[in-house]
Ligand binder design. Structure first.
Ligand SMILES: NC(=O)c1ccc[n+]([C@@H]2O[C@H](COP(=O)([O-])OP(=O)(O)OC[C@H]3O[C@@H](n4cnc5c(N)ncnc54)[C@H](OP(=O)(O)O)[C@@H]3O)[C@@H](O)[C@H]2O)c1
Length: 292
């Protein structure tokens, strides 16, 4: 349930490296989906992200920018229809071309294109694809209004946010993210210009610190192959997304919630404190670089 009952409840759900990166590098030729399945020790557990995504993300919001990057615009094969899915795609530029919109309409049950661009290709495709709707803003895309609209107009109570760091930071700053559900892959990527969970502008003034709000740890699960699943909330209520029994594997000895000191043979190898801006729940973990 929302703290703000008028709008859709949201969970930001992403795949992230231990250092917070959501892709492999600066260039669009690099991509976590494509690249991480080639890395020994990372590829083995990657499927778990898609597994959890498929459980929680029936209703999701993403951007035309991400869709274009993953190659939707040039896909020619006919996708397998999945009526369960509803996508809200925010796309102003547009990043999606006609083929990309067609592909999504053939794949997704209900496709909503959110834009302030009167020339978006989705307008013309509505007569051929009845499952396309355009949510058009004359001035600029109004995200708080959109989130109220999604709940009030379409009756969607919960939605997963799957956009990249630029839009995520806008949504977080506008208090539109209620919960965060991150799959942490066992890899360090690095690079100042590599997208992170939250990019956008950096704070400069002390007065802006009011933007940092604490999150509470809901659950931390140790997955297979050194992956983690972190579930956190900024709401006083627990997220209404499913948290399955499969995740109850907090038994590896590597995970401590709270600020405990890590003892043992690996304490000197990678002591990492994931202290997200403003979080008051810390996760302190130690990952062995080699199996010793
Ligand atoms: N690992 C994961 O789970 C995961 C998930 C998603 C993305 N990614 C990666 O993240 C990277 C993409 O990052 P990104 O930051 O470029 O993507 P993004 O945040 O999804 O999209 C950026 C676009 O959002 C739009 N936007 C920004 N502010 C807006 C506002 N106030 N209102 C409406 N629209 C707004 C802009 O679109 P216009 O240009 O149309 O104005 C901008 O180009 C890619 O490398 C992608 O592969 C990874």
């Amino acid at each position: 349930m929302n703290t703000n009952t008028a709008r859709v409840e949201t969970t930001l759900s992403l795949l992230m490296s231990v250092d917070g990166k959501i892709t492999s590098g600066e260039s669009d030729n690099l991509d976590s989906d494509r690249d991480w399945k080639r890395i020994q020790g990372v590829k083995e557990g990657l499927q778990q992200y898609y597994h959890y995504e498929s459980i929680i993300a029936a209703n999701s919001l993403n951007t035309g920018r991400v869709m274009a990057k993953i190659g939707i615009n040039s896909r020619r094969e006919k996708p397998k229809k999945d009526e369960r899915l509803t996508f809200f795609i925010v796309d102003r530029k547009p990043h999606l071309n006609q083929n990309g919109v067609k592909y999504l309409a053939q794949w997704i049950g209900k496709l909503f294109i959110v834009t302030d661009n009167p020339g978006h290709p989705a307008f013309d495709l509505r007569s051929d694809y009845k499952n396309i709707q355009v949510i058009y803003y004359k001035e600029k895309v109004d995200l708080p209004d959109l989130f109220v609209h999604i709940r009030q107009e379409y009756g969607i109570e919960h939605m997963v946010i799957e956009s990249g760091g630029t839009l995520n930071s806008v949504l977080v700053r506008q208090r539109l993210i209620d919960h965060v559900c991150i799959i942490v892959a066992p890899v360090l990527v690095g690079g100042r210009a590599t997208s992170t969970l939250m990019d956008g502008y950096s704070l400069r003034m002390e007065e802006e610190l009011v933007n940092l709000k604490a999150l509470k740890l809901v659950k931390c699960s140790v997955l297979e192959h050194s992956y983690l699943r972190l579930s956190m909330t900024r709401s006083t209520k627990l997220p209404s997304i499913p948290i399955s029994n499969e995740e109850n594997k907090i038994n590896s000895g590597w995970i401590y919630t709270g600020r405990y000191h890590v003892e043992g043979p690996y304490q000197y190898i990678f002591p990492i404190v994931l202290a997200f801006p403003g979080f008051n729940s810390f996760l302190e973990l130690s990952i062995p670089r080699r199996t010793k």
